[in-house]
Design a protein around this ligand. Sequence first.
Ligand code: PLP
Length: 459
Amino acid sequence: MTESSIDFLTRLESNARTYARNIPTVLSQGAGTEVVDIDGRRYLDCLACAGALPLGHNHPFVQQRVIQFLQSGQLQQALDIATPAKLHFVQELYEMLPPAFAKRAKIQFCGPTGADAAEAALKLFKTATKRRPIIVFQGAYHGMTHGTLGMMGNLAPKQEITGLPGEVHFLPYPYVYRSPFGAGTSPEETERLSLVCLENALSDPESGIGKPAMVLLEAIQGEGGCIPASAHWLRQVREITQRHDVPLVIDEIQAGVGRSGDLFAFQQADIVPDAILLSKAIGGGYPLSLLLYLDQYDQWKPGAHTGTFRGNQIALVSGAATLEFIRNEGLLDHVKVVGDQLRQGLLQLQNRYPCIGDVRGRGLMLGMEMVEPDGRVDALGHPQAAGAIAASLKRACLNEGLIIETGGRHGAVLRFLPPLVITSAQVDLVLERLDRALATQMVSSTRVTKGTRHAEVLA
Ligand code: PLP
């Protein structure tokens, strides 16, 4: 018998592979939110390459710009040397940055992944402030390199890696559903206490935390479980960091470029950060990674952050086309409308399925946290996170033709990151497929009482 394509790749690919494990098929064609595998099965893609495809697969506007560029004879790779593609991209981006930030912003083209922008921020702010400590938040995700692993909340990926950069301090994020201050703490109180922790870390001479080179945060935590921070909390963090003369760096790698319904998620708070990290969607589907920062910090030396593949020309073209499309087609309004439709649908499902503990997020960055439906609680008194149910539901969704990812604490959050161009009719289809998947889940849940679900879920 000949070996199947999947078996062939599975045999050869690294044990560290990820999405390929959960989506064991060969995906071939794609248009917008839809992808098709080599057997002709169609899926709605609510993963969109982990948020890196803002306009979905093969968007005609972006595709046409890329084809024109490929046929134009222009340089396809140019290190970080000036090219027309780079010039146009930078003009487009600066047009769309919040003006108060844009007028003082410098741009560093980083290596092609988001993690490299976070690495660059570490180096820049350590250099500019001459300080070493870093403050991040529990649940944070800024990449998988050695340096960025040191700033990751999730313990599992770093458990076996010794010698991670030290002097990284983790403060509680305002995760209101699962308050780090214990069950029964109101959202307002959770935010207030989180801010008290930050203020205390920066002002208590015995906090054990030296004055940090930066406070780095996601305005909506992505991998941490799709946890949005409120505008109030972001404004207060800005106020506290400013008062203590600590740079505030906002990682917009996942939430940026329209996903939240604003171009950048921090804009709901109307603040000016000291720096922004961008990757994923900013390349319009091609690899691009940027660190933007206020000019007063531009104190590193020439060559302080190099890398061969910085400023990928195709990504500059597709990124500029994507920004143009977002602006000209009013895509941010569309994100708000269909995002609200998806959220309302998820809330309705929550009314029917007791394993859905929480529905949250902004725009088209939504999460649905699964909990044990039998009312069990964890050590802090919160509903017990149900990672196994989420994993099983993800598989059931795939069977229904819906690609979706899990994340968050214990992998218990189903995360919706569809292309920003998803239509209202497709949102209805997503909800129908999810409903059917949940219904199969409930059948297996009922069997818990008969003692079979655990084995079934882990199989
Ligand atoms: N920062 C955030 C908020 C992310 O969500 C991610 C990736 O998911 C990264 C950084 C790292 O980006 P990359 O995977 O391209 O290195």
